[in-house]
Design a protein around this ligand. Structure first.
Ligand code: ARG
Length: 575
């Protein structure tokens, strides 16, 4: 039930106006002391030819005479020509608890996405290159959007668009053939491949002949030469071992790993369509599409002067493939903001693919800002990049040492398991804490602070709700048995109001493709429960009061657990 509409409906009836003319004026006052909703009567002064104060007084009398209306409101006040409405606390409690009880453990789930198909492309690292802390960002944001879409009933496809195509692999093949035997690939294979790549790249710079061999290698690879394809496959497999270790630790799986190479045989058709569309023009031997008519100054290149395809061509082929294969409503790319212009160009160029407008409208680039460690900006170029695995290991170790200081009665096995969950929780939450476009500074001490706005803090609050319930006997009372009057104190009301927003929060997070809306919400819920907990005795002689408070605690437990899971964070058994 929506109070705004009810208020507007009743006022409209009394003054004989259309509800649409009224409902826009119903507002939520800034000051809590002015009620939960208010209506500025001066908006009707002209229409009714009366002073606002008189209108307010008359409306108050009339509304107070409507019994069903007054079931919902505690009181109506007139202040300076405003009508202030105070929602009935019992009604509020009833609404929030009832809504929760209908779904209980699945609180927040919905079917509103039913029938809609959403692709979320995320992570997409380049093979044979280290997976650094920037790759974690797309991985974590994408995974959480994927989870939320799924929870709201969308048919979701999580795609990892691996960077597995390009001349660098031809070079790598050459290097591997020359020096592969010097390396042991059983541990940290990507480091070894990266080292080979560094060496062969140097040699190519020094020796034009080697570069020429590499060019020929690329041709062979493209033509499907067995030996070359086998080597390329090996590089891909070795890389995936490392990537999958990280995905496992984060609890992530993908529906598809079709990388750039998968699209290489689909390029001719795309070029054909683009050429026929008349949009392709020649420029210094290369083929480009001019996008100025769509407000983009720089053209997009679709074919190099030597005839080979590029990143953009493969992405155009990908769009065409996804239209046919997935018939998507949304095709979301979670990729850093440094590719922002590129995606604008790509989406603009997709107009020439001959696909329906709805597929073009369904394209969305979800960008994000750079991530740095407190020391300075991470850079892949200078070789001082920070590997995601190092950050994960360091954070988990840090949590382990915090736990060892705090908690001596855990077995080593328990400590390891919990430290993993909390360490990952700390990273994931930190990554999703702020608006995704902001520059992120990952400070390990801040991220693992059990008392800060962190993953561990929310996890800890969720664990605490569980132990509160256990202390009270471990049984969740039935919703029907609860005396709702017992939850009308200010602390309970604050918690309940927040919990009741959960569904709306998930919707807004998707509308804005912004998981931070959910993470910040969870901080609010956890903080508001802590205030409730500090102010209210839960284990109580008044058993009705105890049961009601246990039920509220259960609501918090589920909301935090579901919210964290949607971000990609587990709640440990103990902490
Ligand atoms: N592999 C690319 C990189 O690491 C990201 C791929 C993004 N997705 C795409 N469809 N272009 O920069």
């Amino acid at each position: 039930m929506d109070f705004k509409t009810i208020i507007a409906e009743n006022i409209a009836k009394e003054v004989n106006l259309n509800i649409n003319e009224i409902s826009d004026f119903v507002e939520v006052p800034k000051e809590k002391s002015n009620g939960d909703f208010s209506f500025p009567c001066f908006k009707l002064a002209k229409e009714l030819k009366k002073a606002p104060q008189i209108i307010a007084e008359e409306l108050k009398t009339k509304l107070e005479a409507i019994a069903e209306f007054m079931d919902l409101f505690e009181k109506i006040d007139v202040v300076n020509g405003f009508l202030n409405f105070y929602v009935s606390k019992v009604h509020l409690v009833k609404e929030a608890t009832e809504k929760f009880a209908k779904q209980d453990k699945e609180y927040g789930i919905s079917k509103e996405g039913e029938g809609k198909r959403v692709i979320i492309e995320y992570s997409s690292p380049n093979i044979a290159k280290p997976f650094h802390i920037g790759h974690l960002k797309t991985t974590i944001i994408g995974h959480s959007l994927y989870n939320i879409y799924k929870y709201l009933g969308y048919k979701t496809f999580g795609l990892n668009h691996l960077g597995d195509f390009g001349t660098q692999f031809a070079k790598l093949i050459e290097g591997y053939k020359r020096w592969g035997e010097e390396y042991d690939f059983s541990s940290n294979p990507i480091d070894k491949l990266a080292d080979i790549y560094r060496r062969i790249n140097q040699l190519c710079t020094d020796d034009e002949e080697v570069l020429e061999i590499c060019r020929e290698n690329f041709k062979k690879l493209e033509d499907g030469d067995e030996e070359y394809v086998a080597l390329w496959t090996k590089f891909k497999e070795l890389s995936l071992i490392e990537f999958e270790k990280i995905y496992d630790e984060l609890g992530i799986t993908f529906d598809e790993y079709d990388g750039e190479a998968f699209y290489s045989d689909k390029i001719p058709e795309v070029l054909d369509i683009l050429n026929k569309s008349g949009a392709v023009i020649e420029s210094e031997g290369a083929k480009i599409i001019d996008l100025t008519d769509q407000g983009i100054d720089s053209p997009i290149m679709v074919q190099k002067s030597n005839g080979s395809s590029i990143y953009a061509t493969r992405d155009l082929a990908t769009i065409l493939y996804r239209v046919r294969q997935y018939d998507y409503d949304k095709n979301i790319y979670v990729v850093g903001n440094e590719q922002g212009l590129y995606f604008r160009q790509l989406f603009a160029a997709s107009k020439y693919l001959g696909i329906e407008q709805k597929y073009i409208d369904g394209l969305e680039h979800v960008g994000y800002g750079i991530i740095m460690l407190p020391e300075g900006k991470m850079s892949t170029r200078k070789g001082n990049f920070i590997k995601a695995q190092d950050i994960i290991d360091e954070t988990v170790n840090k949590v382990k040492s915090i736990m060892k200081d705090k908690n001596t009665d855990l077995s080593d096995e328990e400590t390891n398991k919990i430290a993993n969950q909390v360490g990952i929780g700390a990273i994931v939450f930190d990554y999703l804490h702020d608006n995704r476009n902001k520059t992120q500074i990952f400070d390990i001490n801040e991220a693992t602070n059990f008392n800060g706005e962190t993953g561990p803090y929310i996890q800890y609050t969720a664990v605490r709700t569980k132990s509160v319930i256990e202390k009270a006997g471990g049984i969740i009372p039935k919703f029907e048995d609860i005396n709702l009057e017992k939850l009308t104190d200010d602390y309970s009301i604050s918690v309940l109001k927040l919990i009741s927003n959960f569904g709306q929060i998930l919707n807004t997070a998707l509308e804005k493709s912004e998981p931070s809306i959910l993470s910040r919400y969870l901080i609010d819920v956890a903080e508001s429960y802590s205030s409730f907990y500090n102010a209210n005795k839960i284990i109580n002689d008044d058993k009705e009061l105890q049961e009601a408070r246990i039920y509220l605690t259960h609501m918090v437990n589920i909301t935090l657990t579901n919210g964290l899971n949607l971000l990609g964070i587990e709640v440990p058994e103990k902490m």
